[in-house]
Design a protein around this ligand. Structure first.
Ligand SMILES: CC(C)(COP(=O)(O)OP(=O)(O)OC[C@H]1O[C@@H](n2cnc3c(N)ncnc32)[C@H](O)[C@@H]1OP(=O)(O)O)[C@@H](O)C(=O)NCCC(=O)NCCS
Length: 204
């Protein structure tokens, strides 16, 4: 493990994300971390994500983004992004073995989905990811949180199991995409109230 790195976590609202400097910082983190295996995403993939997927997320009424940086000097360390699943979500539609209807009906208040989650390599295994996850989902008032992960990403598999997620099947979210493991976690609001570490978000 490298030397501990004191961090600050900030919640960034959608209108702030739209500002060029913040948008560029998020895209740089996305590009750097997802260039790693097994993702191997390119600059072009990051551009497409920024222009298409991120732009759609920003319109979600429950958009949340947690940005991590060094307390001294503001060096970016990572970010986490999620939104509430709306009634018209396609989140569950790629399941290879469809789940029962009662598990996949969404109303915008039940399920929070973690879409992106990156910590730069040199700042890992210091509980920063754990603190980012708390900051991202802690205030959620619904009953569950979900995400997809690549089964061939051992750090992600171990990390999400440690955060209390369980696998509920496999998903191919769009044709020709890799297969992802669909993860679900019961959420109790308030469970994260205690034990905030150095990563306590500055606006809560
Ligand atoms: C997955 C990721 C976010 C974890 O971030 P992190 O800041 O290192 O996570 P933490 O330090 O909070 O780890 C908490 C626990 O998760 C588990 N864990 C995290 N990384 C692990 C690894 N590489 N191997 C085994 N266990 C791991 C451990 O139990 C760890 O606790 P410990 O260090 O006391 O053993 C980070 O590795 C990352 O950004 N990976 C690349 C992008 C990615 O895969 N994102 C997830 C997409 S679904």
């Amino acid at each position: 493990m490298s030397a501990p790195v004191p961090w600050t976590l900030d919640h960034i609202a959608a209108d702030e994300v739209a500002r060029p400097a913040m948008r560029a910082a998020i895209r740089a983190l996305y590009t750097e971390v997802y260039a790693e295996e097994p993702y191997l995403r390119t600059e072009a993939d990051a551009e497409a994500w920024d222009a298409g997927v991120l732009a759609q997320h920003l319109a979600n009424p429950y958009f949340r983004l947690v940005f991590a940086r060094s307390t001294e000097g503001g060096v970016p360390y990572g970010f986490a992004l999620g939104t509430a699943l709306q009634p018209d979500t396609r989140w569950w539609s790629g399941m290879l073995d469809p789940l029962p209807d009662r598990m996949t009906r969404e109303d915008g208040r039940q399920t929070f989905a973690v879409y992106e989650f990156v910590v730069r390599k040199q700042f890992r295994r210091q509980r920063l990811g754990t603190a980012m996850h708390r900051a991202l989902v802690g205030p959620w008032t619904g009953t569950r949180t979900t995400l997809t992960l690549r089964p061939s990403a051992p750090a992600a598999v171990a990390f999400w199991a440690r955060q209390g997620y369980r696998a509920v099947g496999f998903s191919r979210p769009y044709p020709l995409s890799p297969v992802y493991t669909m993860m679900l976690r019961d959420h109790e609001q308030g469970r994260f109230r205690d034990g905030w570490g150095p990563g306590t978000p500055s606006d809560e």
